[in-house]
Ligand binder design. Structure first.
Ligand code: MG
Length: 395
């Protein structure tokens, strides 16, 4: 069990294991991160978060519709643009909201490390508790000084059909762990759909990325498929963020999965996605042959399939949302993948322009990229920029 401050235990205790995994620490500051590398990384981080949000928004209006109903309402092609959801076009849902809090938690893990504390699952859990508060409260509580800037973003306090396991898993302060996960039967896609940011930790070893994603998934989804699909998604994203191709990324995730008990369902779903690619032209029927995406392994398989066969971002995202299942989550995961792969400039500009929360998402993406590439310039054990600690408090 990974408890904060524990010094002895299995290989993967966080104390010690994650040392030196900050990109800057590994790379010795900006020395290895040249200008081109920093710009490439930032483009992929922006692409990951904005792409996911666009996919989420494309699916938001048809999440609960069958393919027949979608075609009846929007024509044989299904939706080809944003359609109104929660009262307007371009609205994101819980998938994007939670993903942003994953990013917030990862930045704060790095910032809190200056104090000698190093337990990223705890920081991500605290971030998820702040998300849970957005679903309970009317708006930001200015008295909570430890909230940081993201939890003070008023637009995040909108309820966008949050998943039950996420709400109940974060309904009290106890952190679910792999040994004592929350919702041991849950394998809904609520953990995988928020897990792309773990893959953006490009300076980390892939097995550590996998492990962190899995542990944080178990905070709400305790079924092995629920958390292993999140780990696999994080590893795929990690490979893409490092400039590898999607085929190879999926193969690497399969290798990581194979080492974990209870991986079979997730492995099988990913293999089906790879098999579907070889069957010919992509169609909605082929997407639906992979399931509906309500469960973690199906959502991942659909998103991976659509990203693999995508002619471009637009084509891939429309394929990922026009089916009978959980359209916003499959769209969000596919968008994370395509955005990481191709970077922000590959995203359709009109969809970007109309996207809810774009300023927040951009700001958070850039903060994450700065923290990972130039962290020591922002904070350290001795001196820290007050403005940064205001945004990402250590508490
Ligand atoms: Mg959603």
């Amino acid at each position: 069990m990974l408890r904060q401050g524990e010094r002895k235990g299995p290989v993967r205790e966080w104390a010690g294991y994650g040392e030196g995994t900050n990109v800057s620490a590994v790379a010795g500051g900006a020395a290895i991160w040249g200008r081109a590398e920093q710009q490439d990384f930032r483009a992929r981080v922006r692409g990951c978060l904005l792409g996911g949000a666009i996919g989420d928004a494309l699916g938001a209006g048809i999440e609960f519709d069958s393919l027949d109903a979608i075609r009846e309402a929007y024509g044989q092609e299904g939706v080809t643009d944003y359609v109104p959801a929660f009262g307007r076009r371009g609205t994101v849902t819980d998938d994007t909201q939670m993903t942003l809090f994953t990013v917030d938690g990862l930045i704060r893990a790095q910032v809190r490390r200056d104090t000698g504390a190093w337990h990223p699952p705890t920081d991500v859990h605290r971030a998820y508790l702040r998300w849970a508060a957005t679903q309970r409260d009317w708006g930001p509580d200015e008295r909570r000084k430890d909230d940081g800037w993201l939890a003070r973003e008023e637009w995040l306090y909108a309820q966008r059909a949050p998943g039950r396991a996420c709400l109940s898993g974060l309904g009290d302060d106890t952190m679910g762990t792999l040994e004592q996960p929350k919702n041991p039967e849950s394998k809904g896609c609520g953990a995988v759909m928020r897990s792309a940011p773990f893959g953006l930790l490009v300076g980390w070893e892939p097995q550590l990325v996998f492990q962190l994603a899995v542990e944080c998934a178990a905070q709400t989804h305790g079924h092995p498929t629920g958390y292993l699909a999140a780990g696999a998604f994080a590893v795929i994203t990690h490979c893409l963020a490092r400039g590898e191709d999607l085929d190879g990324a999926v193969q690497k995730s399969l290798a990581h999965l194979a080492t974990r008990p209870g991986h079979e369902e997730t492995t099988e779903a990913l293999k089906q996605a790879l098999g579907a690619v070889r069957q010919g032209m992509p169609t909605a029927a082929r997407v639906e042959s992979l399931g509906e995406g309500w469960t973690a392994e199906e959502a991942l398989a659909i998103a991976v399939y659509c990203a693999l066969v995508a002619e471009d971002v637009r084509h891939g995202l429309l394929l990922a949302v026009n089916h009978s299942g959980d359209s916003d989550s499959t769209g969000a995961i596919c968008g994370n993948l395509l955005g990481t792969l191709h970077g922000e400039t590959a995203l359709p500009p009109l969809w970007l322009a109309e996207l809810e929360g774009r300023p927040t998402i951009l700001q958070l993406a850039d903060d994450f990229a700065m923290e990972m590439t130039q962290g020591p310039a922002l904070h350290g054990p001795g001196n820290s920029a007050p403005g940064w600690l205001e945004r990402y408090p250590r508490g």
